[in-house]
Structures are given as structure tokens and as C-alpha cells.
Design a protein around this ligand. Structure first.
Ligand code: 13P
Length: 259
């Protein structure tokens, strides 16, 4: 982290877990464990149907920022089952939206081009995208991590201007580390995060690169968070499994309280 230049964000990704009716108790536990930390912004990215309760209990009462996990690339129209950026905005309380998570790429056919459309759709209605990039185990073995990340980041940001990039958060999530317990080492994660920052520098310049929050995600937990967050280019975490357990998530938030 480097709090002098950029914001630290500890974001939970609930994925398809947590019922709307479970959020009040979750919020109460979080509030009792860690109340309004000054050193980072805490975010929960919840399923669509959880968002009203998340806004009510997590945002209004526990001051946790709220994100969605996806949005449509379309503004409105005949897209049965989809949710638009305007709909999320209209709820009054959704600030972030995860875009291009590897599970969406893998199971729902999202491509770098749809990711780019979604990023632009989010920015157009004032939502802050958390763009996920990351390589598979096979791609890492084949030494394709750097070219793949380079392509994913550039494709996601095509057409995003100098002003809009200020609202963008990037998350490096190696697929082989997600839900597997196989965290990237702090050095491996930092190396890719630093590389992502160099791509931002190349496109938008040094000042913007220095100010961009770049997260790490993939089996981050209360035991490894301190070491990962101590790295200079890891500005926070995107946490799946461990974010569902208030005690674990709170410990990760406390791990971000370091210089
Ligand atoms: P886990 O923390 O469960 O590995 O999930 C990481 C992730 O995919 C967050 O978006």
C-alpha cells in the first residue's frame, strides 16, 4: 500500500452467498468488530437482490460502501434478466461494481470486449468499476501472464478517458488462486500489480498511475493479508470466502492498518 498517493480498499465479494435476511446480523457483527476504520474504505459487493438490505444495514448503519457484482453493458431495453447501471444508481447507495470477474468470464461468456462495454456503461452512470484481470495456472506456466494482463487491462480501458480513469479500481485475481487456498506469494502478487501500474502509466501518465488503487484477490484471508498488504503496489484486497465471516473480514481490515 501507499496511502500517501492512493486509497486503500478492502472489498468483500459475496459471490452467490448471503441471503438478504442475513445481512442485518452480518452488519451488526461487522459494526461491533470494526467501526468506521479511518485507514481504508470497506466495500461489500453483494448479489443484486441483497442490495436494498446491504444499503440499509451495511451502508447506512455500518458505513460500509456497497458494490454490485455485475451490470449489463446495455442502457435499457429487451434484455430479460439483466440489470442496468442506471437501475443500480437509482437505488441510491451503490457505489462500485465488479466487472470481468473470472467467474463471469468462465461461466457466463464475458469477453474482454464485453468487459470494456460494461466498464464504459458503469462510468457513464457514475458507478466505479472494479475491473478484474488475471491469468490461469496454464497461462502462468506458459509464461503468458504479462502479455495476457497487458491485453486485459488495455482492452478493459479502451475509450476510458483521463477523467474517468480516476474512478476506476483494478483487481489482480490470478484464477489459480481463487477459492483454492493457493494464494499468490506477496512477491508474485506485487510483481503483477506493479506491472499493471506500469500499463496505467503508459496510457495515462505517472501521476494517474501513482493514484490508481490496484487490489489483489485470490484466497486472501486473515492469515496472509498483512504480508500481502505490506507490498508497495497492493492497495487492498478483493476477498471472497473470508469476507463472509465477519471475524475474518474484520481481521483483514485491521491488517490494512499499517504504514
Ligand atoms: P476467494 O477469496 O474465495 O479466493 O475469492 C477471491 C475472489 O474471487 C474475489 O473476487
Amino acid at each position: 500500500m501507499n496511502r500517501k498517493y492512493r486509497k486503500t480498499i478492502i472489498a468483500g465479494n459475496f459471490k452467490m452467498n448471503m441471503l438478504p435476511g442475513e445481512l442485518k446480523a452480518y452488519a451488526e457483527s461487522m459494526k461491533a468488530l470494526v467501526n468506521r476504520p479511518r485507514w481504508c474504505e470497506t466495500v461489500i459487493c453483494a448479489p443484486f437482490v441483497d442490495l436494498p438490505a446491504a444499503i440499509k444495514y451495511l451502508n447506512k448503519e455500518a458505513r460500509i460502501s456497497i458494490g454490485a457484482q455485475n451490470l449489463s453493458e446495455h442502457e435499457k431495453g429487451a434484455y430479460t434478466g439483466e440489470v442496468s447501471g442506471q437501475m443500480l444508481r437509482d437505488m441510491g447507495g451503490v457505489k462500485y461494481v465488479i466487472i470481468g470477474h473470472s467467474e463471469r468470464r468462465q461461466y457466463f461468456g464475458e469477453t474482454d470486449l464485453t468487459v470494456n462495454e460494461k466498464v464504459k456503461a458503469a462510468l457513464a452512470c457514475g458507478l466505479q468499476p472494479i475491473i478484474c484481470v488475471g491469468e490461469s495456472a496454464r497461462q502462468r506456466e506458459m509464461d503468458l501472464t504479462a502479455p495476457l494482463i497487458n491485453y486485459q487491462v488495455r482492452a478493459a480501458l479502451a475509450g476510458v478517458d483521463e477523467k474517468q480513469i480516476k474512478s476506476v479500481v483494478i483487481a489482480y485475481e490470478p484464477i489459480w488462486a481463487i477459492g483454492t487456498g493457493n494464494t499468490a506469494t506477496a512477491e508474485q502478487a506485487n510483481e503483477v500489480n506493479r506491472y499493471i501500474r506500469s500499463i496505467i502509466r503508459d496510457i495515462y501518465g505517472a501521476r494517474t498511475a501513482r493514484a490508481t488503487t490496484i487490489l489483489y484477490g485470490g484466497s486472501m484471508n486473515d492469515a496472509n493479508a498483512f504480508e500481502l498488504l505490506a507490498q508497495p503496489d497492493i492497495d487492498g484486497g478483493l476477498i471472497g470466502g473470508a469476507s463472509l465471516v465477519p471475524e475474518k473480514f474484520a481481521k483483514i481490515i485491521f491488517a490494512a492498518n499499517q504504514e
